[in-house]
Ligand binder design. Structure first.
Ligand code: PMP
Length: 376
């Protein structure tokens, strides 16, 4: 089970994960009325962030939930949360619900503001044994709703399918509707037939996978033929190779389907090529290359910073001096407020940061400081 990293984001504020609490009247809790994204972070950099933000915006539009942020603000919040959690390699999770009102009624609430929650999880790539030996999967009937293209937090059918897979010793369920294999419970499906990669077309019964889109780019670089076509169960069983792809699995070979070996029961030759290309692509990204639409936070950037410290003499001066070592402090923006029964002092300030290195150094210095309890 991946553990969450110490800090979460709730409605614009970074707080310790254990303190991230929402109302029991939140429509996410009552109705699963919301959307989410999960994305990989390699070496402190959010991977394919614009693609994930575009999909989130689309999910929210389809659910008719007002998108609480423009892409630049989303990016700033997500990158700040990653930095506050120490950067490195992890996954980031973002969820938006239609919000809370003191009622339980199906129509949209008149005034509730969306609830925004984000956190990060420990992750360092898919388990090596699954990469080396491939994954076992089982087929399961697809009993999900008719809008699987929306990344809704209503995942009960996905959860049940995945649990059935785990209980039969497999790591993923391939969902079958009307005789066609569509995707995994939380992954995209691809097969290889005599050297051609085949994957089902996007539509209301499939989530458009960001990892699968990257595989398409890599396949084109490798000059691998790529076909978008429905995959019947018979076609799935006859495939030379089967792959599953997602943010946390990257791309895995499937070596057992419903208990029977796929091909010779070992990861196939085409998978080896695409997997190597995937790993090289990620290594280049870690080293500073871009991937997909340009995701980088543009520097210099002005960010709001909130720092909570143990209240005491000289705290404000010490904290601002520390911040000023890595960022330009906009003096007139400094505000302070006591919290926790005056045990803590919350200092908010706008800062201009000139480079990613300064941003990372700033958070490292704040984390290392004895004065600071937490900082966003
Ligand atoms: N399909 C479903 C149903 C999923 O939950 C996921 C994982 N979010 C995917 C496909 C793969 O999407 P991505 O590559 O963007 O993680």
């Amino acid at each position: 089970m991946p553990a969450p990293l110490p800090l979460a984001h709730l409605n614009g504020t970074v707080i310790p994960v254990a303190e991230a609490q929402v109302s029991a009247f939140d429509r996410g809790f009552l109705f699963a009325d919301g959307a989410y994204e999960a994305l990989p972070v390699y070496g402190g950099r959010a991977f394919r962030l614009p693609e994930h933000l575009t999909r989130l915006a689309r999910s929210l539009r389809e659910l008719r939930i007002a998108d609480p942020h423009d892409p630049a603000t989303w990016r700033a919040h997500i990158e700040a949360l990653i930095a506050a959690n120490g950067g490195g390699t992890m996954t980031a999770y973002v969820q938006v619900t239609r919000g809370a009102e003191l009622a339980r009624d199906h129509p949209f609430p008149a005034s509730a503001a969306p609830t925004v929650f984000a956190c990060c999880f420990e992750w360092s790539g898919p388990p090596e044994a699954l990469v080396r030996d491939g994954a076992a999967v089982v087929t399961q009937p697809d009993v999900r709703w008719g809008r699987c293209d929306i990344k809704s937090i209503g995942l009960t059918a996905n959860v049940l399918a995945r649990q059935a897979a785990v209980e039969s010793g497999a790591s993923e369920a391939i969902l079958v509707r009307d005789g066609h294999a569509l995707e995994g419970s939380s992954s995209s499906l691809l097969i290889v037939e005599t050297g051609t990669v085949v994957t089902p077309p996007d539509g209301p019964h499939i989530l458009a996978g960001t990892t699968r889109n990257l595989l398409r780019e890599l396949a084109s670089q490798l000059e691998l033929p790529w076909l978008t076509e429905p995959i019947s169960v018979a076609r799935l069983r006859a495939a030379d190779e089967i792959w599953i792809a997602s943010t946390t699995r990257e791309v895995l070979a499937v070596t057992r389907l419903d208990g029977a070996p796929v091909g010779d029961g070992r990861p196939g030759a085409v998978w080896k090529r695409i997997h190597e290309a995937f790993r090289e692509h990620v290594a280049a990204f870690r080293a500073g290359a871009t991937s997909g639409a340009s995701a980088a936070l543009q520097f210099p950037v002005v960010l709001p910073l909130k720092i909570i410290g143990q209240a005491g003499p000289g705290l404000r001066e010490r904290v601002l001096r520390l911040v000023a070592e890595h960022a330009h402090v906009e003096e007139e923006s400094v505000r302070e407020r006591s919290s926790g029964g005056a045990r803590y002092l919350a200092i908010t300030v706008s800062v201009r940061i000139d480079s990613r290195a300064d941003l990372e150094a700033l958070y490292a210095a704040l984390r290392a400081s004895d004065d600071v309890v937490w900082a966003l």
